[in-house]
Design a protein around this ligand. Structure first.
Ligand code: 3PG
Length: 410
C-alpha cells in the first residue's frame, strides 16, 4: 500500500473540527493500575500536536475482558496529559449521553479520552465495516463528530467496531502513528535484503505460527527462528518431551491443538524453522541450563532459550541483512531469564534493516538503551507481524476504502 491509498491529517482542514481519533493505548499495567511502559501513549503525541486547532475525542482500549489489567482509561489520560503538556480529560463514558454532551461542549484545543471501548462488549466482535456502522456506538457518536482518524495501527489487524464502523459514515484518515508504521514497515518489506530472518517469540502461539506459515510459504523470509512459548510448542511437535509443567502451561493457554499444526509446519518447511537446542529452566528463580535431549524436567518450567541456542541464533541474526523481532525469547521481566531476549536484541542491531514489534521486546530494547539502533520500533505486536507477513489488515483496508469514497464524493 502506498501513501496515496489513504488520507491523512494533511488532507483535511482540522481547524475547529471535532475529530474522533482511535488510538492504541493498550499498555502493560500492574494490579494497582500503574502503567509499566508508556511507549504507546507517548507515540500518539505527534498526532495530537498536529490537531491543536481541533476538538479531539480519543477512543481506546486497555486489555481484554477477563484479564487482570482490563481496566479504566483514567491512568492513560493522566499520563498523556503529562506528555502533551495540557489536560487530556478522562470521560467516564463511551457513547452515552454523558460522553455526547461533553463532546458537544468542547472548545477548540480540548482533548478528551473516553472510557475503555472494550467495556462495551460489541466492540470485540469481528465484523465488516458495514455491519459495525449499524451499531449503537456509531449511530450515537457519529452525529457529534466531523472526522474520524485511525491512529491505532497496533489493533488494526482486528476488524473491531471502533476500528471499522466509523470509516463507513465519516470522512476518514490515518493519524501520524499509522502513517509512520505503514511507511517504515513497507521500507522493511520492499527494501528487505536477503538473508531475511524472522525471530518469533512471546506467548501468542497461534499468531506466530500463522506468520511462520505465511512468510515461508510466500518465500519472503529465509529462516524463522523460534523462541518463547511458541518454541516450546514446536519442540513438543518435533517429538521432544518438554515435561508436565510446560505442557500444563500450553494447555492452560488453549494451545494444545497447535502442537499438531506445528508438526505439519515442520514437515512442510524442513530446515527453514529454527528451534532451540538447549533451554533455561526456572528452579525457584535460579537459571538451570539443559540440552533439549535432557528434558523432561517435570516440575521446572522452561523460561528462556539456552546459551548454545543464544550463540547459534545470534550468529544467524548477525549474518542477516533484514531482521524482524517479535515477542521476547523468555520471561524477560525476570533478570535471569532476560538473557536470550537481550542477546537477540544486541545481535539484531548489526543488520542493515532491523524491525522490532510487540510491547515486551520493545520495552527490553528501551531498557537496554538500544532504541535508536533499530530501523523501526513498531507500536504493534500482532498487527506488525501480520503486516510484515503480507496479510491485509482490516483497519488499513478500511482506510483505503474510505479514501476512495471520499475522493469520489468529498
Ligand atoms: C495489542 O496489544 O497488540 C493491541 O492493543 C491489540 O490488543 P488485542 O491483542 O487484545 O486485540
Amino acid at each position: 500500500m502506498t501513501a496515496r491509498d489513504y488520507l491523512t491529517i494533511d488532507d483535511f482542514d482540522m481547524e475547529g473540527k471535532t475529530v474522533l481519533v482511535r488510538v492504541d493505548l493498550n499498555v502493560p499495567m500492574d494490579p494497582e493500575d500503574n502503567i509499566l511502559d508508556d511507549m504507546r501513549i507517548k507515540s500518539h503525541i505527534p498526532t495530537l500536536r498536529d490537531l491543536e486547532d481541533a476538538r479531539v475525542v480519543l477512543l481506546a482500549h486497555q486489555s481484554r475482558a477477563g484479564k487482570s489489567d482490563f481496566t479504566t482509561m483514567r491512568p492513560h489520560a493522566e499520563r498523556m496529559s503529562r506528555y502533551l503538556g495540557k489536560e487530556v480529560e478522562y470521560v467516564d463514558d463511551i457513547f452515552g449521553s454523558h460522553a455526547r454532551s461533553r463532546i458537544t461542549s468542547m472548545k477548540k484545543g480540548d482533548v478528551i479520552l473516553l472510557e475503555n471501548v472494550r467495556f462495551y462488549a460489541e466492540e470485540s466482535l469481528e465484523r465488516s465495516s458495514k455491519a459495525h456502522s449499524q451499531t449503537h456506538m456509531v449511530k450515537k457518536l457519529s452525529p457529534v463528530i466531523d472526522i474520524f482518524l485511525n491512529d491505532a495501527f497496533a489493533v488494526s489487524h482486528r476488524s473491531q467496531l471502533s476500528i471499522m464502523g466509523f470509516t463507513e459514515v465519516l470522512p476518514t484518515g490515518a493519524g501520524r502513528v499509522m502513517e509512520k508504521e505503514i511507511s517504515s514497515l513497507d521500507r522493511g518489506i520492499k527494501g528487505g535484503e536477503c538473508p531475511c530472518v524472522f525471530v518469533l517469540g512471546g506467548a501468542k502461539v497461534d499468531d506466530s505460527l500463522n506468520v511462520t506459515d505465511n512468510v515461508l510459504s510466500n518465500g519472503s523470509v529465509d529462516r524463522v527462528l523460534l523462541t518463547g512459548v511458541v518454541a516450546n510448542v514446536m519442540l513438543a511437535a518435533s517429538g521432544v518431551n518438554i515435561g508436565k509443567a510446560n505442557m500444563d502451561f500450553i494447555e492452560s493457554q488453549g494451545y494444545l491443538d497447535q502442537i499438531e499444526r506445528g508438526r505439519k509446519l515442520l514437515d512442510k518447511f524442513d530446515g527453514k524453522i529454527g528451534l532451540p537446542i538447549d533451554v533455561a529452566l526456572n528452579d525457584d528463580g535460579k537459571r538451570i541450563e539443559v540440552q533439549v535431549e535432557e528434558l523432561p524436567s517435570d516440575q521446572l518450567p522452561i523460561n528462556d532459550i539456552g546459551l548454545e541456542t543464544i550463540v547459534a541464533y545470534s550468529k544467524e541474526i548477525r549474518n542477516a541483512k533484514t531482521v524482524v523481532l517479535n515477542g521476547p525469547a523468555g520471561l524477560s521481566e525476570l533478570d535471569p531469564f532476560a538473557l536470550g531476549t537481550h542477546e537477540i536484541i544486541k545481535a539484531a542491531v548489526h543488520s542493515e534493516y532491523s524491525i522490532a514489534g510487540g510491547g515486551h521486546i520493545s520495552a527490553e530494547i528501551r531498557n537496554l538503551g538500544y532504541e535508536d539502533r533499530f530501523s523501526h520500533l513498531s507500536t504493534g505486536g500482532g498487527a506488525c507481524i501480520d503486516y510484515l507477513a503480507g496479510m491485509v489488515l482490516p483497519g488499513i483496508e478500511a482506510l483505503r476504502t474510505a479514501a476512495a469514497r471520499y475522493r469520489n464524493n468529498p
